[in-house]
Write a protein that binds this ligand. Structure first.
Ligand SMILES: NC(=O)c1ccc[n+]([C@@H]2O[C@H](COP(=O)([O-])OP(=O)(O)OC[C@H]3O[C@@H](n4cnc5c(N)ncnc54)[C@H](OP(=O)(O)O)[C@@H]3O)[C@@H](O)[C@H]2O)c1
Length: 330
């Protein structure tokens, strides 16, 4: 018999991204938001009354002490992902932590180890893997019309207001554009090839002590490559292109798709298809996938180990850009 109840959630922090997450809870079928916490009671109360959330806590610790909360969503600055994931796990909560999972891979590994010891689930908060269009793209690759995949090209950039108080511009909070948006095309390349690159090389421009722009190349086995770019000072772009020996798949809005979410398959012999997937809120899909995994006592997908691999590549890219040399990943 299927589980019909909803998993009970709390949120640690009144973050900007909550503007998109909280409405998605009302669309989710297996998740119920019952509490929000902030470092100040007033901020928590204001958010709770605005969004009709039953419980407000004036500290993250107080929310973690609420025994009725089963899972937490952590939308804190990147450097706080690990400490609060670990505290949440030790309080027995399942954790959906915003992307990227941690400040670096070593920290991410310790999060995975603690969650495992505590018997709780852990997943990072990338939305796009949960959109059913992503599975459709995989099917199109597997159909083989585009031939063997040889190259992936991805981008994610937007014009950020360069206010130094933004968490993205603070090195001590693990800011920077590759951590904020470059992680999407990097993850996208790993997702397409299903493996870690052997070697990476990146170049970056820095200000405020963080990368404002980064461009990089990832070398996979058998001559397969990926290139990516990301920026806080370039206009909004969010595309992925998958290049095969006989054709290509173009996804103009891979990470934050409109409805319907569309992609294009084009081959050398003139075949052209536009494929649309409609009626999906990918954030609600993510909340439901995670909640269902917990309710059915199975590990959530994508796995936390997958998130560690993404961090491993982000570490190598940041190191490569810093020293101006390629870095071997494996
Ligand atoms: N998946 C996505 O599409 C997506 C999109 C945007 C952002 N994100 C991720 O979500 C996370 C939060 O991003 P955001 O733009 O929503 O952040 P934000 O609003 O600037 O900050 C997040 C919240 O963290 C809390 N916080 C705790 N300690 C803090 C400190 N030392 N400095 C600043 N804030 C602190 C604050 O909440 P209280 O004051 O209430 O405690 C703050 O409102 C990041 O990891 C980011 O990468 C993901």
């Amino acid at each position: 018999m299927g589980v019909t109840r909803k998993l009970r959630w709390g949120i640690l922090g009144v973050a900007k991204i909550n503007e998109r997450i909280i409405p998605a809870f009302t669309e989710a079928r297996y998740a119920e938001l019952i509490a929000i916490a902030s470092r100040t009671s007033e901020k928590a109360q204001r958010a709770a009354s605005r969004w009709h959330i039953p419980r407000a806590y004036g500290s993250y610790e107080a929310l973690l002490a609420d025994r009725e909360i089963e899972a937490v969503y952590i939308p804190l600055p990147n450097s706080l992902h690990a400490p609060w994931t670990i505290r949440a796990a030790q309080a027995g909560k399942h954790v959906l932590c915003e992307k990227p999972l941690a400040s670096h891979a070593e920290e991410a590994r310790s999060m995975v180890a603690v969650c495992r010891q505590c018997g709780v689930a852990l997943m990072d908060g990338f939305f796009w893997p949960h959109h059913p269009r992503t599975a459709r793209i995989r099917e199109e690759i597997a159909r083989g019309l585009i031939g063997e995949v040889r190259h992936v090209q991805g981008s994610f950039s937007f014009l950020l207001e360069l206010d130094p108080s933004n968490i993205r511009l603070q090195p001590e909070l693990a800011g920077g554009c590759v951590m904020d948006v470059g992680c999407y095309p990097v993850y996208g390349a790993l997702w397409v090839f299903g493996e870690l690159p052997h070697r990476v090389f990146a170049r970056a421009q820095y200000e405020f002590g963080v990368d404002l722009t980064m461009t990089g190349i990832l070398e996979f086995g058998e001559g397969k490559t990926a290139t990516f770019d990301c920026s806080f000072v370039w206009p909004f772009r969010q595309a992925l292109e998958i290049v095969g020996t006989r054709g290509r798949i173009r996804i103009p809005d891979m990470w934050l798709p409109p409805d319907p979410a569309v992609f294009f398959v084009e081959t050398e012999d003139g075949y052209k298809a536009e494929i649309a997937v409609s009626g999906v809120n990918q954030i609600a899909a993510m909340l439901d996938n995670f909640s269902q995994a917990v309710l059915h006592q199975r590990p959530p997908e994508p796995s936390a180990e997958n998130a560690v691999q993404v961090m491993q590549v982000l570490d190598a890219l940041r190191e490569s850009a810093r020293i101006g040399q390629p870095i071997t990943v494996r």
